[in-house]
Design a protein. Structure first.
Length: 124
């Protein structure tokens, strides 16, 4: 982790990472979405991931999981392993040593999609 030109702090590769490599497996703190949105301005809302298709549960990824910055042209993706209850981060493109590792906050398979509309959406 280091200072990022994207936003605040970011996660950077300590070595070159090849496409398909698991970067990190993070345990999560799981909670109902309703519990997270009771206080709309709560800082943790910015670090949570949706972890189910019904949008009922959210989770805070431990480790570096909740510190990856967003990029519309990300070099990694993430998915929730329900069986292990882990958030998995995987390289979708080669990542050079010291390059920032980024994900698309819109979710897996969103590489190239802009987050602009999501950022400006009304509060839940």
């Amino acid at each position: 982790m280091a200072i990022s030109t994207i936003h605040g702090r970011g996660v950077f590769a300590q070595r070159a990472i090849t496409t398909g490599t698991i970067i990190e497996e993070c345990p999560i703190i799981k909670m109902k979405l309703q519990e997270m949105t009771v206080r709309k301005q709560m800082l943790l809302n910015y670090y949570a991931f949706m972890i189910d298709e019904q949008n009922e549960y959210t989770g805070i990824a431990l480790g570096y999981g909740s510190l990856y910055n967003h990029s519309d042209t990300c070099n990694a993706t993430y998915y929730f392993d329900k069986e292990k209850e882990l958030m998995i981060f995987e390289a979708t493109h080669p990542i050079a040593k010291n390059q920032e590792i980024t994900i698309n906050y819109l979710g897996p398979n969103s590489d190239g999609k802009s987050i602009e509309n999501w950022v400006n959406k009304p509060e839940i």
